[in-house]
Structure formats: structure tokens, C-alpha cells
Design a protein around this ligand. Sequence first.
Ligand code: MGD
Ligand code: MGD
Ligand code: MO
Length: 753
Amino acid sequence: MADADGPRDLEAAAGGFSAIGSTLHSAARMGARRGLQALSRVNQPGGFDCPGCAWPEAREHGAIEFCENGAKAVAHEGTRRRLGRDLLARTSVRELLAHDDHWLEAQGRLVEPIVRRAGATHFEPIGWDEAFARVAAELRDLDSPDQAVFYTSGRASNEAAFLWQLFARQLGTNNLPDCSNLCHESSGEGLGEAIGVGKGTVSLEDIERAGAIFVIGQNPGSNHPRMLTTLAAAKRRGARIVAINPLRERGLVRFAHPQDPLALLGRATAIADLYLQVRVGGDIALLKGIMKEVLAAEARDPGRVLDWRFLREHTQGFEALRADLEAQRFEELESRSGIPRRAMREAAEIYCAADGSVACWAMGITQHEHGVANVQEILNLLLLRGNIGRPGAGPCPVRGHSNVQGDRTVGITERPGPAFLARLGAEFDFEPPSAPGLDTVGAIGALRDGGVRVFLALGGNFAVATPDTQATAAALGRCRLAVQIATTLNRTPLLAGRDALVLPCLARSERDLQMGGEQFVTVEDSMSVVHASRGRLTPASVALRSEPAIVAGLAAAALRERSRVPWLALVEDYDRIRERIERVIPGFEDFARRARAPSGFVLPSGARVRRFETPSGRAHFHVHPLPEDSLAPGRFLLTTIRSHDQFNTTVYGFDDRLRGLRGDRRVVLLHPDDLAAAGLRAGQGVDLTSHFRAETRTLRGFSTVPYDLPRRCAAAYFPEANGLVPVASVAERSRTPTYKSIEISVTPAANLE
Ligand SMILES: Nc1nc2c(c(=O)[nH]1)N[C@H]1C(S)=C(S)[C@@H](COP(=O)(O)OP(=O)(O)OC[C@H]3O[C@@H](n4cnc5c(=O)[nH]c(N)nc54)[C@H](O)[C@@H]3O)O[C@H]1N2
Ligand SMILES: Nc1nc2c(c(=O)[nH]1)N[C@H]1C(S)=C(S)[C@@H](COP(=O)(O)OP(=O)(O)OC[C@H]3O[C@@H](n4cnc5c(=O)[nH]c(N)nc54)[C@H](O)[C@@H]3O)O[C@H]1N2
Ligand SMILES: [Mo]
């Protein structure tokens, strides 16, 4: 299906020459030899897991398995720049805060533990033992263990994360918020209720076999580039692809594989057969419209469209869904979604003609007030034709951070189940706390109210990734001690109220030497494949410690005789941690051996074989009302997006090649007619004001970009726009911030003279 394009078209495709150039540029930043050595190890057996996204590796190894983004992530941690003592001695915390995050990250790798002591203006070096002792003293001084919060970002390995949650629970708290609360929580919630497991059910082979692939609210060209290889291959063997996205994202339109010789000759593969530019927040209306057309097809051809046998044997709630769909009017669905009925029908035809359908989705679906409902409407569509638990079919929430799924599997959650707690308690001979802890949004509130005195983070950049940047910064300022385990310096520890400790760790790509020899860790990708990741590069500094070693050091110092866990012995040889994981978490039988298999192993899931672990034993349809249309006249529904030149809060550069934007990320994308109607010009300076209940928040210094997106929608970059998102504006049930639907007004820049 590949169609030939001229060189100019190729420039406009995702991948292609520009991606190669950008990749080599990244490698060069590490020093050419070290760079290429590192890149040749990414996602290879015996190598390390790409610290970029969570898209699975192809099973046949030998192929080069990294992309432009992976190269950037590897180059970022492999940089030769070091954030040394001299810089910290001459730059006060206040001065550090005056720099943006791009500058902070660009100072390079941390080389030793650093502390800002109460009352001090600067960070200074501190020894590991003293650092651990300070944290221990502060934790022991708490009135209640619930005054501590243990945040986790999804790059942490299974081994580090398992020890982290054990530390928190032995201290006595379930305050384990994580980046997943900001990310796929709506997927976990929606899937869990509908099919009994909060994960996707498909494998790469399923995508390779699917007749139709829906890519909804996801931008693989920027965020999961290796997925485009899979999609292009699916296309070539005849699969049909439907993209649902307010923006026409390049990677979903056409793709040239940077390592494909044909691409070098000027060929790109067209990806989407049907591109539905849905209004921001219009997915429920659109999915209902598509499902109405599926029911209409069934009415025309009774017994041939729906999978009646599957519906009878394995599902519950179909009649209620049908009644709801019959009551919906197409005019309403069209105006809410912005998609004409004929396009809904076309999507339904593609869906009904396919033997198996896979639905992939990401943040465009989850980060809405109706995120859980969005997910369940996707599941409704899949269930109608039995598209789950058979080859070439199923739900596929595409995860972000490379081990965010694994972290949840090994116990990073603020709401642990009783069975898990019982096994954890039995294994380590203690009584784990059962009361639910704080999630990420809850943690911001508790910090603000003075209920959190110690904030600890295993990676991530809590202050910048969360909503309401100003308010969250102020909230962090109320804790007594912030402890950040990190590879680079970011804003979060700079905002701590009194003391701040930054504990520098080894990066994924670096050699991890413990008493028991060289170690590897494990991660789980988006498709439940667990495999080893072994760093090979020389660490950025001799003083760095591994994440498991830092967590064990902290726990041993803080818990002392209160804990019967042999913390330090566990990290001498990570197989000892894996033995414990095996005894606590189902599905990890024979973990140490299977972790060494070149392609790892797949965690079992009932839903994959149509054994739905819901109370009824069936998969459930869910009926959700159309969300109210509450956008006030003259306002826009803002969505926040990523570029390929960032990894979340780490901004590598200011270009967005794939969207044709250069040099500036403080922009707001609007439809040209909306710009004109508002009396605004392209490139004009504007202020953005968000409106939530009676509250407003304003960010200044943005400029307008006319862009191809639906009327009354707007887009701006994460994290620049986070100050507009109210902490209290969260998804129903999953409590994910509504980063993808914020009501804003756009006004000419105020003259501040
Ligand atoms: N290069 C790079 N790679 C990354 C990351 C990164 O920052 N940079 N981050 C990683 C992480 S943690 C994650 S979670 C993933 C995120 O991966 P994605 O979810 O793909 O990333 P986003 O840019 O947040 O937004 C996704 C898409 O949703 C669309 N969208 C916005 N609103 C709506 C809506 O209402 N409906 C629909 N249907 N679509 C909508 C946007 O136009 C955008 O194309 O990527 C991971 N990979
Ligand atoms: N407006 C808006 N906000 C969003 C989103 C959005 O779409 N829109 N998306 C949300 C999503 S999906 C997510 S996942 C969150 C991300 O939230 P987080 O996971 O908290 O943030 P990151 O930016 O991924 O974290 C970057 C930091 O991780 C540290 N780091 C890097 N590698 C390592 C390592 O190997 N070990 C350790 N210990 N630290 C390391 C570095 O110091 C770096 O500064 O942001 C959320 N925020
Ligand atoms: Mo994410």
C-alpha cells in the first residue's frame, strides 16, 4: 500500500530524513563513539530498555530498535555535561528557580548527593550516610506516617518500585501517588470495571493481524514512533486504519521509516484511511454515532454484524446500550463531535468489514472529565463484535513512561487491594496499612493544607507535571523536607519549604555494580511483556547509586529495628528482590529465570482468554450520557499536547517539526476562522485565561498560531500551559486532571505598563 511521494512530501511525513538527522545529532551530544555504542544496545537482548516510551519491542531481534525520541532520551541521560559543585556554589536556589526547566536539565547529570539545609541559600554536597540519616530523622519525627508522601514516576524499574512501596507501607502509609494518576488512570478504572483487568489485552502479533486499527487520542508520530513501524506494516498487508484526533497529526497521515531503504528513495506509507477530526472532548458523541451505524448495519443484515454468541455468553448490559443508542439523535451527535454522519458510517463500515479490530488510545481519551466514560465507550464498540480475547482484536491503551505499567503491577498504588496486602504482609512479616492513601491530586491538596511534612519522589518532576503550577509550587513550599531521587536537577526539589535533598541515581543505560556483581533490572511494556534491562555504559559519576540501592538505604536508615526486611542484602543481588516479587505478585513464577529469556515473558491476563474477572464473570457494557455542552460563547476548549522534542517536562528543544512549528512553545493553536472572529492576528501576543467554576487563572506571553483543528478548540503545549489547569478539575472516578479539556478565553496581551 506504500505510495510514492516526492521529496517534499517526504519531509512532511513523520520519520524520514529529518528523524535520522535528529537521531545522529543526539548521538553526537554523547560523543560519537559512546553515543553509537549506547544506541546499539537499546532494546536488544542483553541491552537496556529504551527509557523513552512503553511501546513493546519487536520480537525478532537484530533490527535496530530505537527511534528519534529514544535516541534523545538516551543522549539526555548520556550527556557529558555534569552539574558540579562550582555551579551550585555560585548559583543560589532563588537563581536556579529563575531559570526555566530547559536550562536546569541542560546543566547535565547530577554527580553526588546535594542538600539545601534549612535557612541556606545554596545547595551543597552531602555524604550518602548523612543524607539517609537526615531523611530517617525527619520520618521518625512525624506524628503519623500519613504525613509522608512517596511519589513515583514511571521510569522506575520493577525492582526499585517494589522496594519503594514496601518502604512506604512498612512506614505505615499508602500515600503512593504516581504519574499514572496523571496519565492512564482513566484507562485502568474503565477497563477494570468493564473487563476485570486494568490493562490492555493485545500483543504486537494482534496488531499485526488486525483488520482494522483505531488510533484514538494518540499521537504516535511524536510519542511512540516505533508504533508507526507496526502501523505501516499493518497497512502494507491490508489493514485499515481510522484516526480520531482533533489535530491532523503528521505521523498518522503518512510515515517514512527512517531505517527503510525505500524511505530513503522517497517513499512514505499513508497511514490513516479515515481521519476524523473530532472536536476536543467530542469522542463520546462520535463513538455513539459509530455504534449507531453498527446497529443499523446489523438491522440491514440481521445476525451477521454483531457477535451474538459472544454477547450472549460473555457480556452483560447490551440491551441497555442498545436502548441508549436508539435514543440518541444523529444531529446532536454530529454537532457535539463535529463529525458528519456519513463519516461515522464510513468508520462503522471499516469496523464491520474487519475480521478483528484493535483500538489504541492514549491521553486524548483519558485526560478529560469524562475520561473513564471515553474508555468505556471504546470498549462498548469493541465488545459489539466480540473484539476481545481473540487474535487480531482488543483494547490497547498505549502507555507512556517505559515502566509505568510495571510499577503498578508491583504495587505502586494508593489503593491496594486486600489480597495484595495480605501477601505482602505475610512475605515480610508485618501489618500493611489498609486505608487508601493520597493520589497525585490528593497529595497537592494535602501539601497545601500542611498535612504533608515529607515529600519523597522516585524520579519524575512533580511540580511541573501536575496541574496549577503556581498553586502546586506554593503547596510544595509547605513541606519540611523534599527528597528527590533523580538523574538531573529539576524544579521540584527547588521548591521545598525547608530542607531539600537530591539523591543522584544511575540511569537506565549505565552499568549497575553491586556486592553480588553486575545487576540488571526488569520492566513491563504496554503489552504486559516483562523483560530485562541491563545498563552497559560507565556511570556519569562514581558517587551515583542505583535506585534500588538508594531506596534500600533510605528504608534501612528510617525503619531500623521496626523492619525485618534485610534491605541491604536484598540489593546485593537483585534476584533476591525478584524472589520476593515472585512470592507477592501473581504471574511472576520462576521470575529470575524467565527475566533472563531474550524476549522476556508475558504476564497472564484472564481477559485475553475471555475469562473476565468481574463480579459477574462477564464483560460489561456501560451506558454514559452525552457530556453537557457547557462551553460559554466566545470561549475555547483547550487541549494540551506534547511535541517530539520533549519528554514530558524535559524539553529538549523548541521545535515541533512534525507540526511545522519552530522556535517557540509558548503558543496557542486556533482555527483561522476563530482567530478572525476574535479579532486576532496570527502571531499576536495573547493572554490565556481558564474558567473553572468561579475561578480564573491567567497565563501571559503566549502567541497565536492558526492551525488546522476544529472550531472552538484550542491547543497549547504541556507543561507551558499547566498553570491553566485547576487542581480541582479532575476526571470523574479516576481523578485524572482534565489536561485535555480546559475552558479558556484568549485575549490580546494586556499592556502591563
Ligand atoms: N517524544 C515524547 N514521547 C513520549 C512522551 C513525551 O513527552 N515526548 N511522553 C510519554 C508519556 S508519559 C505519555 S502518557 C505518552 C503520551 O502520548 P500521547 O497521548 O500520544 O500524547 P499527547 O500529546 O498528550 O496527546 C495525544 C493526542 O491526543 C489528541 N487529543 C487531544 N484532545 C483530544 C480529544 O478530546 N479527543 C481525541 N480523540 N484526541 C485528542 C492530541 O491532538 C494528541 O494528538 O507519550 C509518551 N512518549
Ligand atoms: N498539561 C499536561 N500535563 C501533563 C500531561 C499532559 O498531557 N498535559 N501528561 C501527564 C502525564 S501522561 C505524565 S506521565 C506526567 C509525567 O510526570 P513525571 O513522570 O513526574 O515527569 P517527567 O517529566 O517524566 O520526569 C522527568 C524527570 O525524571 C527524572 N529522571 C529521568 N530519568 C530518570 C531515572 O532513570 N531515574 C530517576 N529517579 N529519575 C529520572 C529527571 O530528573 C527528569 O527531570 O505528566 C502529566 N502532566
Ligand atoms: Mo504519561
